[in-house]
Design a protein around this ligand. Structure first.
Ligand code: ATR
Length: 277
């Protein structure tokens, strides 16, 4: 029986056991997926436990995404530049088991837009990422890889945006939030990666009327499902995509590698998770 896990601190609010449990049942797989609370100081010992082969792999959530990245033996080349990960695979090496790490938020962000707004990157000359924290890294890296002409990272603390753009390179540019009026008129894609929106909070002074009329606004916050930013965008007639799909899609590659079936993100799964929000 294959076993997988999600580790975090705290971990009881994680929806990952619900998502993976649903797929295990749907595909009739004899496996398990459990939430394990691991305190930051216990993370290295947990990695040692993984090297005993008890688990096929698992997910990593807050606050371990950066520390786990540093503890891995092998990094996925496509997502190593992000500097944070959410998915681990236990693989055989020449001298025993090794821990392979990758960031499937990078994949989930795009897969959600592919499903909800097909062609989302086509002909987009400029995009805006709001925020420059941990969650912004995977999104900005994905946009840099998507053929979008320029991606502006706008952050309350501009230095953090400059640093992130410098680290990830490519077509990214770091700015302060005050630059919104200068970049918004060209931005056909806006992604909120900040914590603004959680619990119904909103941005001050982000004038959505400056965006092109066909702009797509998406949020990675999913509590509430329709954040004030998405509600304001919808009220202006802009296209919107909520953040729940990214949570569901980021889970797909991990499940596939641990349990051997590529699972589908269905309407029913979405409804089941939505009921817990
Ligand atoms: P995460 O790992 O979830 O991204 P984080 O690293 O703490 O969390 O980053 C939170 C992001 O939300 C940051 O970009 C933060 O801006 P600062 O870098 O200036 O702190 C942003 N943020 C949080 N509260 C905000 C607010 N009230 N207005 C604008 N941005 C905010």
């Amino acid at each position: 029986m294959k076993k997988a896990f999600v580790i975090g601190f705290p971990i009881k609010h994680s929806r990952s056991p619900l998502i993976h449990g649903y797929w295990l049942k749907t595909y009739g797989i004899e496996g398990s997926y459990e939430a394990i609370e691991v305190a930051p100081e216990a993370l290295p010992a947990f990695f040692e436990r993984l090297r005993t082969g008890e688990f096929a792999g698992g997910n990593v959530t807050v606050p371990h995404k950066e520390a786990a990245f540093r503890l891995c033996d092998i990094q996925d080349p496509e997502t190593a530049g992000i500097g944070a990960l959410n998915t681990l695979d236990v693989v055989s090496g020449a001298d025993g088991l090794r821990i392979h790490g990758r960031n499937t938020d990078f994949y989930g962000f795009a897969a959600n837009l592919d499903q909800q707004a097909p062609g989302w990157a086509e002909g987009v000359d400029a995009a805006v990422v709001l925020g420059a924290g941990g969650a912004a890294r995977a999104v900005a890296a994905r946009l840099a890889a998507s053929g979008i002409g320029r991606t502006y990272i706008l952050n309350r603390t501009p230095e953090r945006a400059h640093r992130l753009a410098r680290e990830l390179g490519g077509t990214l540019e770091g700015r302060g939030l005050g630059d919104w009026p200068r970049v918004a008129p060209q931005a056909r894609l806006v992604v909120n990666t900040t914590t603004v929106g959680m619990g119904g909070t909103g941005f001050e002074g982000l004038d959505l009327s400056l965006l092109p009329p066909d702009a797509l606004v998406t949020d990675i916050v999913y509590t509430p499902l329709e954040t004030p930013l998405l509600a304001a965008a919808r009220a202006r007639g802009l296209r919107t995509v909520d953040g729940l799909g990214m949570l569901l899609h980021q889970a797909v590659p991990g499940f596939e590698s641990w349990f051997g079936v590529r699972p589908e993100v269905t309407r029913q799964l979405r409804q089941i998770v939505e009921q817990t929000l």
